[in-house]
Design a binder for this molecule. Sequence first.
Ligand code: NAD
Length: 483
Amino acid sequence: MSPDKYIKNYIDGALVPAISGEYLDNVNPAIGQVYSHIPASEASDVQRAYEAAERAFPEWSKAGVQKRFRILTRLADIIEQNLDAFAKAESIDSGKPFRNAQTIDIPRAHQNIRFFATAIMHFSSESHHMEGEAINFTLRQPIGVVGCISPWNLPLYLFTWKIAPALATGNCVVAKPSEVTPMTAYLLSKACIEAGLPPGVLNIVHGEGPKAGQAIIEHPKIKAISFTGGTNTGRKIAATAAPMFKKLSLELGGKNPNIIFADCDFDKMIVGTLKSSFSNNGQICLCGSRIYVERPIYDKFKEELVKRTKFLKVGDPFSSVTDLGAMVSRSHMEKVMSYVALAEVEGGKILCGGEQVEMKGEHEGGYYLRPAVIEGLPHDCRTNQEEIFGPVVTIMPFDTEEEVLKYANGTDYGLSATLWTKDITKANRIAESIQAGIVWVNCWLLRDLRTPFGGVKSSGVGREGGLEALRFFTEAKNVCFKY
Ligand code: NAD
């Protein structure tokens, strides 16, 4: 399962270039150099993918759960058998440490596929009995051809999280991975061919969002869209898709609070907080970038967090001692640095980090940033309101539950929240009042794939995960039998 210099689209079971023959550059962010090329697909490529999916739909939708289960399980096995090749490709493409790709991203990708392959075997629908008169039952039927669009931060992890439930429920898919990190989706195409996925069932079209992505959204016959990405992109997608009455699932940005009470288990909290702040260079929608600390432990927390942050090793993604690899692109690194500069203008004090790391040798041109901790900012400034999506956290003291809830809920976002306390009554009280789709208490990013996943407010519409995803990718039809 090897990467190629020229990535191809996967349409109708074959690896093909874009119709225009044009390519985009794909950069290795660890060295800052172009290392491969992506098809610059357009509406005509999406149309070709749609037609293949439409042809495949009658057979795939009627194939039965056993057959879909067997093929998807085989696909999961192939990814697992090629774990290191996938992890290496993911690391080169995204700049994340190889170790993380090997132990988090790629395992989760084959788990996603296996999870939904088995979930479909246990999926059932409701029946409603009208005593002495009739029985209603709900058919859950595949929608048809659906579109899946994913971002660059967890490339194969999030791509498979969408595709797997769509395919398991009998839909055919036109999918687009991020043009910033396309390589493992390309390897997935090869794995699909090896697994014997029938041609046209899954089609992967590479290219830029406003061209290939927008063409999927605008396609009149693609009836549902599952999208993960930025809130502004989600807004554009909704503006196009909503008047076409498409089913929409939008997983968007976050600005998540991490609320730390003085009665927490400090040692566990500090380890968890370091992870929720800087995992994947802070490039996870669920990272806790606004840290609120109850005043009695604020100084101790600040000292410990800054000490541990300075200790994090930034560098070569393939070194076993690296904690943080490269940022995904130059433009993203510059965006994150501009927020550190903004924080200073807004009156924040940079306690550590925020500057580019000067690398030597092969990695000289790479995009490396030292993780930053900032204090002294009000909760309503831009630094604390806008998604930075990088290794930057702000820390702020609070005195009462009421006050911290006001801060935590005081943004347009509502994706996730983390609480650290030993008082379960208090934790439950806060969890009930917090405006977020996911709340972690005394942990972070602990995921059970059966649970609903998604955000409120500007963090999204709809839920993924478990039954929610199976329901999203099926239409419910009620059949009423009078007897
Ligand atoms: P992005 O919105 O720029 O791009 C996401 C995908 O959408 C890419 O494949 C892109 O090519 C495509 N796209 C862009 N414009 C499009 C258009 N007009 N029509 C159709 N597709 C289009 O996001 P990104 O920079 O790749 O990812 C980072 C963002 O994703 C952050 O805001 C992060 O919070 C969010 N995210 C959210 C979740 C979640 O589950 N809520 C998970 C991961 C990332």
